[in-house]
Design a protein around this ligand. Structure first.
Ligand code: G3P
Ligand code: MG
Length: 233
């Protein structure tokens, strides 16, 4: 089961910072999940619409210039990272789930991604582009069909995984709070990888392993690695 560090190792370090990503890899995570905003020609790594919860800044992230954002403290003196800085940090075997919170121009987004990839040691097969906004995923997929997209959902739709297969998605990213084993199996039988968020408790980690999900998003990758290592098959 893949262990994807949710916003990096975000219990031990400030979420969505290079410190959290570095720590995730040190702790043996399969890879990382992080959230992104497209701001002009830049893609920055950030979760909220508002700056206030996780930085010393105020107001909407989209109302700030890139230069102003980079002056902010995102915790422990860390700056808000760019996509390029984040990918450049990752070893070639790390899986990177780029969650898209804000996209204004799909072609421009891909251009920024390509520049970031060129400066990293990653192959495109190590990327999963996910979003709750499936229209954005469709736009990216139309422009670049070979990219792996992950359909995010916080619901248990009546038609199972159909919306994800319709998108030609690589994976389905589901909320632990609403799913059951039947839904997971149904999605896997439809050819999708199933990744579940956010799994931080030992019992839940073991349950996901029992269900046979392909991966979990967790704020505590060190705990997940330990629980899986100790698990008796
Ligand atoms: O990608 C899984 C999970 O991160 C989705 O929710 O709000 O943590 O980005 P959120
Ligand atoms: Mg996320």
């Amino acid at each position: 089961m893949w262990v994807l560090a949710h916003r990096g190792a975000s219990k031990a370090a400030p979420e969505n910072t290079l410190k959290a990503f570095r720590l995730a890899i040190e702790k043996g995570a399969t890879g990382i999940e992080f959230d992104t905003y497209q701001l002009g020609e830049q893609i920055v790594v950030f979760h909220d619409r508002w700056l206030d919860r996780t930085t010393n800044g105020h107001g909407l992230i989209t109302a700030q210039s890139f230069e102003a954002l980079r002056q902010l403290d995102a915790g422990d003196g860390e700056v808000i990272p760019t996509l390029a800085e984040t990918l450049a940090l990752m070893p070639a075997n790390a899986l990177c789930n780029i969650e898209i919170k804000h996209l204004t121009d799909a072609a421009g987004w891909l251009k920024t991604l390509d520049l970031a990839m060129a400066a990293s040691s990653l192959d495109y097969s190590k990327l999963i582009l996910s979003s709750f906004n499936h229209t954005w995923l469709r736009q990216l997929k139309n422009l670049r069909p070979e990219l792996q997209v992950g359909a995010l959902t916080a619901t248990y739709p009546e038609n199972g995984a159909e919306f994800a297969t319709h998108l030609s998605a690589y994976s389905l990213h589901m909320d632990l709070d609403v799913i059951d084993q039947h839904y997971v199996t149904q999605a896997q039988q439809a050819g999708l990888k199933v990744l579940v968020y956010t799994v931080d408790q030992k019992e839940d980690l073991l349950l996901m392993a029992d269900w046979g999900v392909d991966g979990v998003f967790t704020n505590v990758p060190e705990l997940a690695k330990q629980v899986l290592a100790e698990r008796v098959e």
